[in-house]
Design a protein around this ligand. Structure first.
Ligand SMILES: Cc1cc2nc3c(=O)[nH]c(=O)nc-3n(C[C@H](O)[C@H](O)[C@H](O)COP(=O)(O)OP(=O)(O)OC[C@H]3O[C@@H](n4cnc5c(N)ncnc54)[C@H](O)[C@@H]3O)c2cc1C
Ligand code: FES
Length: 361
């Protein structure tokens, strides 16, 4: 190829590139996609159609709950989409009731932002922030559960309601997992957590195997509709299994600070004695406060447990000790099966659903 042909080819190539770019602009390809929230605030969306709504929100420092890290398995990232966002995906169907679909509720992690999108977010979600904290304690509570204390560095304090949770970021994976705050809201600069190791689990492997005192981690929050109803004077009954005791501890410690004027009964279910968590602390509160009881129910005690207390299902124990079930308020936290069984039992005994609050995990 001689020099002249070479320059002609280069010239043609530049011409075609300019033409394509110009056509792209004319067809709107370079139009900035916008995320509009509550008809007030507009944010640019990067990724040219590849970003999910969850990514777009987090890029703009709006942190909504996403307990499964965007895998579409927790159903926590529900957002009301006013316009845009395409059709509901099969993955979302399991989490959305017919009414929610009618109202435009979507899973933010499944919505691709290809065009401008308008969404509606409640005020408290807009208040969730990103926090940096130092690990100041990391102690074994039993064979698979650790007690962790985080000292807040920036911002230095957090406001939350007893029962709410935050989402811890797993460094290097940019994935979040939800963990209930186990300390009372009066402790604004030091958060406590009860975290059980899940074999091969991303976040719990990081926390149990890699995290050290002195490490700095990030989390977002606070989140959750599961929290103590402060305006109600009804007696309280708490049911927890495993690390479900974490938010229940926050509620109980908060009530204790207020003098435990509301009668509070806590039921904790574990398989064996080695699975019991926070027993000493809760029993110590029981000794000092006549309004507070803490019952432990073992579902599968072995001979080595020498257990003489309650056994079987927690849902059988509660009606045995509680009178006038329908006059009380219930806080349930633990595995989904336990929560579903407990709700069935309580409702069948006349407890209105509005008096039952729960978090499944
Ligand atoms: C609102 C909320 C509050 C929570 N609070 C706490 C808390 O206070 N303490 C706590 O320890 N956990 C809590 N969890 C659970 C926590 O968010 C994680 O799901 C859990 O720690 C596992 O995360 P991972 O990254 O280690 O496992 P992943 O990498 O997410 O999962 C690895 C594998 O383990 C399975 N798996 C996930 N969770 C469990 C489980 N619990 N039991 C058995 N198998 C499981 C998954 O299906 C997957 O196959 C809470 C969850 C929610 C939604
Ligand atoms: S983040 Fe869990 S379903 Fe969307």
């Amino acid at each position: 190829m001689n020099l002249q042909t070479f320059f002609i080819l280069i010239f043609l190539l530049i011409g075609v590139t300019v033409l394509l770019a110009f056509t792209d602009i004319l067809l709107g390809g370079h139009k900035q996609t916008l995320l509009r929230i509550n008809k007030e605030n507009e944010f640019p969306v990067s990724g040219r159609g590849t970003s999910t709504l969850l990514d777009a929100l987090s890029e703009n420092r709006i942190f909504i709950p996403s307990a499964c890290g965007g895998k579409g398995t927790c159903g926590h990232c529900k957002v009301k989409v006013e316009s845009g966002g395409g059709d509901v995906l099969p993955m979302e169907e399991n989490f959305l009731s017919p009414q929610e679909k009618k109202e435009g509720i979507r899973l933010a992690c499944q919505v691709r932002v290809r065009d401008d999108i308008d969404i509606n977010l409640p005020g408290d979600l807009l208040e969730a922030k990103e926090y940096t904290a130092e690990v100041v304690a990391l102690e074994d509570m039993n064979y698979d559960t650790k007690f962790i204390k985080l000292k807040l560095l920036s911002p230095e304090t957090i406001d939350f309601k007893p029962g709410q949770y935050v989402q811890i970021l797993v460094p290097g994976y940019e994935q979040f997992r939800a963990y209930s705050i186990a300390s009372p809201p009066s402790q604004k600069d030091l958060l406590e957590f009860v975290i059980r190791y899940v074999p091969k689990g991303l976040c719990t492997t990081f926390i149990h195997k890699a995290l050290r005192v002195g490490d700095i981690i990030k989390f977002t929050g606070p989140y959750g509709e599961f929290y103590l109803q402060e305006d109600s004077g009804k007696p309280i009954v708490c049911l927890a299994r495993s690390t479900g005791i974490a938010p229940i501890r926050s509620i109980i410690l908060h009530l204790k600070e207020k003098g435990l004027t509301r009668a509070t009964h806590s039921y904790y279910s574990a398989r064996k004695k080695t699975d019991i968590l926070l027993d000493d602390e809760l029993k110590a509160i029981e000794e000092k406060h006549p309004n507070f009881f803490h019952y432990i129910v073992l579902s599968r005690p072995g001979p080595e447990d020498h257990w003489e207390g309650e056994t079987g299902y927690i849902t059988d124990t509660v009606p045995k000790y509680e009178e006038s079930l329908e006059e009380k308020e219930y806080y349930l936290c633990g595995p989904p099966e336990m929560i579903d069984d407990a709700i069935d039992v309580l409702v069948s005994q006349g407890v209105p659903k509005e008096q039952i609050f729960f978090d499944k995990f």
